[in-house]
Design a protein around this ligand. Sequence first.
Ligand code: ATP
Length: 643
Amino acid sequence: AALAKKTEVDVKGGWKKGDPVPYAALTKTFSLIESTTKRLEKNAFLTCFLLLVIQRSEKGEYNSLLQAVYLCINRLSPDYVGVELGIGESLLVKAIAESTGRSIAVIKADLKREGDLGLVAMNSKNSQKTIFKPKPLTIPFVFSKLREIALTSGNSSQAKKVSIITKLLAACQDFEAKYIVRSLEGKLRIGNAERSVLVALAHAAVLAEKERTGKKWSNDQLTARLEKASDVIKSVYSELPTYDLVIPALLDVGIDGLQEKCKLTPGVPLKPMLAKPTKAIGEVLDRFENKQFTCEYKYDGERAQVHRLEDGTVGVFSRNSEDMSKKYPDLVNQLPHSIKESTKSFVLDAEAVAIDRATGRLMPFQELSKRKRKDVKVEDIQVRVCLFAFDLLYLNGEPLLQKPLHERRALLREHFTVVPGEFDFAKSSDSETTDEIQTFLEESVKDGCEGLMVKMLDSEASFYTPSRRSVNWLKLKKDYLAGVGDSLDLVVVGGYYGKGKRTNVYGAFLLACYDSDSEEFQTICKIGTGFSEEMLQTHYDELKPLETSKPRGDVKIGGAKPDIWFEPKVVWEVLTADLSLSPIYTAAQGLVEERGISLRFPRFIRVRDDKGADDATGPDQIAEMYERQALAQNGGKKTGGDD
Ligand code: ATP
């Protein structure tokens, strides 16, 4: 209460129990969070706001907290439902112009100066003289309008969107326009990642319980309880990543009953477990010495999490939790052939791989990427896929995440059958010596795979940990052995106009990694070689609509000077010969040295449309790669990296 008073998050004009949450309370919270870089303070502001929301909601009313949390992470639905924001700059400029009576040219000039359209919208609003104060905005109203905008499609949808945004902006006061515009752009940029929202939610729930029950906890008891609550919420959310279910459960049963109530559920995709790269077989043996482990083929396809509900409905989800059932209707149709009668509901972790049905040979990812991405008709399918299952996460009503891999694997093999060309188990070998692993690796490459996945097989270390890049899963790709190291997933943030024949397209690109703690894109290299004319045209067509006149505020530019900037959205997989320290680029600045790290001789591999900008490689991974390389070169460090 004291913090609320001090921060004025508890807006003037009253916000009584049962009232819709004032949008001003949320935007005030955002502006406070943005005003500090201290994590504890950010957490206190958000906790305070969420606590007020809980306290002022009637019993059994879940929407206030649910919508407040969605707006804090700037989403409108769980990922797999896919209602997305991300309105282009020109539409927003138009709406700001219409609602404030300023010209488009003036707004564009302001944008060039400020680099933040949210700020431009707020200043434009605040310099406007208004006779009547508009009716205060509420969270349910803003949320429903944002959804309406996101869901508007078809004929004259652009005009409809501009009209809704214009009306919304007309009702904004104080900070509201700034955050509505940023929400619409698709990124709030207040330095408050989803992880922090989960922690604040846990803390708010504990404080609400304390107040409701009048419990007297010592400071130590309270601290322990807050920590435990954060762990519980993070773990529950990683198993059941949908606030639509977690928040009502939290309000109903509190932290203590949450784990019992919210378990992995078929139909709700969980964030997949990921692997750490490793460069040599020796490293695998060092890591897994005296432990039981298994090597599996690392198939070169697309990750597919396959869910089957009790009623027989099948859903296929991507690495990013997007619903791919319409992309893979053939997989959905094929699946029943491999399910045994005793198998009712399940969640499989698998890789969908292109296959030549005539010869049974696996085809590379490039073949798979020729398939249409949406609304595929089974009769039109040219590239056939086979599903290679490597894990079973749920079976007949029971989550299996906390069973050792050897048990999950036994259940997988027991409950499914191989159908050649349609369904198979990932080929595995529980080999233990360097020679055996080397032979299996060579075999995997000969069979059209990228290399091996090496996984802990026994004990707690082999439990399935959703959304973690775990040391208990190592990837050993054939490329690493050639000394080039792991590939990186980088976001295209800028473009350089081409020369000669290439003047109508971008000839080179500025790439960035993503720091999920600071929510910042950090530049890492310019890439311009290895593209065919056709590829450049494709990239141009995809990137042109993302052009912006200024770099977005969350791009840490350093000394890079591209001709044009893009909304950070498109992710490319890139290989590099080498990493070096750079006075120009900002990636991983301060982690190894004050200077950033850049890639030398970067080479484009492929577009990763199964990854969002937030999934790009992080600075800590880049620093780790640099340090490994330095170690391999006996501590020798290089400098360089030019623009
Ligand atoms: P990559 O670029 O290597 O695909 P990633 O970031 O998508 O990286 P990683 O954890 O680094 O994910 O590598 C694991 C990926 O390899 C999985 O996402 C999956 O798509 C694929 N894969 C293929 N075969 C297997 C297997 N047997 N076990 C686990 N993952 C596998």
